[in-house]
Design a protein around this ligand. Structure first.
Ligand code: FAD
Length: 466
C-alpha cells in the first residue's frame, strides 16, 4: 500500500469503481480499498467470478451490467486492496485501515467514501431466531455461493429489492410459500404525481417492477397490507404470525423468513468524522451534507453513491464520476470551468437516472410499525436490549441516544450501533412524540468496525514507512 497516494477510495461498488476509473483519466494516483474479497459492491457482489455463469442469468440484467464497470476498473491503473477495512477516519484526512491482521494509518490527499448503504434495521419479535434473515443476507448467499433456502419460504417486506429477490429465488427454482407485502395501504394511490414522473422519465423501471410483482402474485400466495409480523419457534424459526388488513391474525408454518424494509446510507464513517448530516424525511434517514461535487463538510473528504443518499446503482456510478471530476478540480488537475463542462452531461444523466426516485421513496416508505417495534422485540441484538427497556429509560429521563447507550449498552456491541441506531432514535421520537430528525443518532466512536487489540498494537503509520 503506497503512502504517496492522491486519492483513497473506500468501497469498490458502483460508485467507487466508477470514481476510480474516472480519476485515473486525470492521472490521479488512486488506491481503492474494500472489505470484500472482490470488487462489485452490494449489487454486483462477486461479478467477476459469477458474471459469466448460469447464476448470473438468475440474478438478471441489472447484475450483469456490472461486468463492464468492473472490467474498466481493473484496467484503469488504480490500485485495489481487497479485504481491507476502514475502521476509523479523522480530519486531515487521516484514515485507519486494517487488512489481514495488520492495522495501518494512511494520509491520502483526498478520501472518497463510497461505502454504500445498509438495510434499514426493523426489529420485530423473533427477528433474531435462526431461519430469519434480511433479504440482503439472503442475496449475499445467492450471489456469493449460489445458496437458496429450503421451504416453507416466506418473504416479508416492501420495495424493489424485496420483489427482485423473490423473482431471483423463483428463477433459481425455489418455491416461495408466501410474500407478505408490508407496503402501507393507500401509498400507491397517494403517489400518482411521482408515479407519472417516473413513468415518463424511467418507464423501464416501472415496467420491470410491475412484471416482478405480477410474477410473484402468479406463483405464490401474496398477502397485501401486512401490518405486524412475529417470528416464532423454540430454537429456530418454525412459524410466522401476521396481521394483514382488517383480518384476524394468522399463523403459518415457516422454515425461512426473509425481511426487508428498504436501505439507508451507511453513515458510520461520516458520523465518525463529525461531518454535517441532513435528514431526508422521505427516505427516513440521514445522509452527509455535500456540495455539488460530493465534498462533505470535512475538507478533502468526498462522499458518493448510496452513502450520499439512496439513489441506486446507475446513479451511484454517475455520482462516483462526478466526485472524481470534483476531486480533480480540488487537486488542481482541472480548472473549475473544465470540471463544470465535463460534469454537465453526467449531471443530465444523473437527473434521468433518478427520475423514479421520488416515486420509490414515497411508495415504499416503511409503515410506522417497522420503525417502532413492540416492547418485547430486541432493539439491540448485540447487547440484547429490548424496545421496552429503551422506552423505560426514556421515561426515566434518559431521552437522548447517547444516554440510552451509556445506561443500557445498546449500540456498544460488535456492530457499534449500525443495527440499532435508527431503532433507538425512532423509539425515542415515538415516546417523546417528537420528530426523529430532532432526536439524532449515537455518537460514533473508533473503531466503527471490529478491531482486535493485537491489530491495534501493531498499528503502522505511512510516515513510519517513508
Ligand atoms: C445488502 C444490499 C443488497 C443490495 N442488492 C441490490 C441488488 O441486488 N440490486 C440493486 O439494484 N440494488 C441493490 N442494493 C442497493 C445497491 O447497493 C445500491 O444501489 C448500489 O450498489 C450502491 O452502490 P455504491 O457504490 O454506493 O455502494 P455499494 O454497492 O454498497 O458498495 C459499497 C462498498 O463499500 C464497501 N465498504 C463499506 N464499508 C466499508 C469499510 N468500512 N471499509 C471498507 N469497505 C467498506 C462494501 O464492502 C461495498 O463493497 C443492495 C443494497 C444492500 C444494502
Amino acid at each position: 500500500m503506497s503512502p504517496d497516494i492522491d486519492l483513497l477510495i473506500v468501497g469498490a461498488g458502483p460508485a467507487g469503481m466508477s470514481a476510480a476509473t474516472k480519476a485515473r483519466e486525470f492521472g490521479i494516483s488512486v488506491l481503492v480499498v474494500d472489505e470484500q474479497p472482490e470488487p462489485g459492491g452490494q449489487i454486483w457482489r462477486g461479478i467477476e467470478r459469477v458474471g459469466h455463469t448460469a447464476r448470473a442469468e438468475i440474478l438478471g440484467e441489472s447484475y450483469t451490467a456490472g461486468l463492464d464497470v468492473a472490467a474498466r476498473f481493473r484496467q484503469c491503473g488504480a490500485g485495489f486492496s481487497s479485504e481491507t477495512t476502514l475502521w476509523h477516519i479523522e480530519p486531515g484526512p487521516v484514515t485507519f485501515l486494517k487488512s489481514k491482521g495488520v492495522a495501518r494509518r494512511m494520509t491520502p490527499r483526498v478520501v472518497l467514501l463510497a461505502t454504500g448503504a445498509q438495510e434499514r434495521p426493523t426489529p420485530f419479535k423473533g427477528w433474531t431466531l435462526p431461519g430469519v434473515m434480511t433479504i440482503g443476507a439472503g442475496q449475499i448467499q445467492l450471489k456469493s455461493a449460489g445458496q437458496v433456502p429450503d421451504g416453507p419460504v416466506w418473504i416479508a417486506g416492501t420495495g424493489p429489492l424485496a420483489y427482485l429477490y423473490a423473482v431471483q429465488l423463483l428463477k433459481a427454482g425455489v418455491e416461495i410459500t408466501g410474500f407478505l407485502d408490508t407496503q402501507s395501504k393507500g401509498r400507491l394511490a397517494r403517489s400518482i404525481g411521482p408515479a407519472l414522473a417516473a413513468l415518463i422519465g424511467r418507464p423501464s423501471d416501472i415496467m420491470t417492477g410491475l412484471a416482478w410483482l405480477a410474477r410473484i402474485k402468479r406463483t405464490c400466495r401474496y398477502v397485501p397490507n401486512v401490518r405486524q409480523i412475529v417470528a416464532g419457534g423454540d430454537d429456530r424459526l418454525d412459524r410466522i404470525t401476521f396481521e394483514a388488513g382488517d383480518r384476524a391474525p394468522e399463523t403459518v408454518a415457516a422454515a425461512a423468513l426473509f425481511v426487508h424494509e428498504g436501505v439507508v446510507p451507511g453513515i458510520h464513517p461520516t458520523m465518525a468524522l463529525d461531518c454535517r448530516h441532513q435528514w431526508n424525511d422521505m427516505q427516513a434517514s440521514y445522509a452527509p451534507a455535500a456540495d455539488e461535487w460530493g465534498e462533505t463538510s470535512e475538507p478533502c473528504v468526498f462522499a458518493a453513491g448510496d452513502l450520499a443518499g439512496i439513489a441506486g446503482a446507475e446513479a451511484a456510478c454517475l455520482r462516483g464520476e462526478i466526485a472524481a471530476i470534483g476531486i480533480a478540480r480540488k487537486l488542481a488537475v482541472q480548472t473549475h470551468a473544465q470540471a463544470e463542462q465535463d460534469a454537465a452531461p453526467l449531471r443530465k444523466r444523473l437527473a434521468k437516472a433518478m427520475a423514479a426516485r421520488r416515486f420509490l421513496d414515497q411508495t415504499y416508505r416503511p409503515r410506522q410499525a417497522a420503525f417502532v417495534p413492540a416492547d418485547d422485540a430486541l432493539a439491540c441484538r448485540c447487547e440484547e436490549v429490548t424496545v421496552g427497556q429503551i422506552r423505560a429509560l426514556c421515561r426515566a429521563g434518559k431521552g437522548d441516544p447517547n444516554r440510552i447507550k451509556a445506561f443500557s449498552r445498546a449500540g456498544m456491541g460488535a456492530c457499534q450501533g449500525r443495527l440499532c441506531n435508527y431503532t433507538v432514535g425512532n423509539i425515542l421520537a415515538d415516546e417523546t412524540q417528537s420528530d426523529p430528525a430532532s432526536i439524532g443518532l449515537y455518537r460514533v466512536r473508533p473503531p466503527f468496525r471490529p478491531l482486535t487489540l493485537d491489530e491495534l498494537a501493531r498499528l503502522q503509520t505511512d510516515e513510519a514507512d517513508t
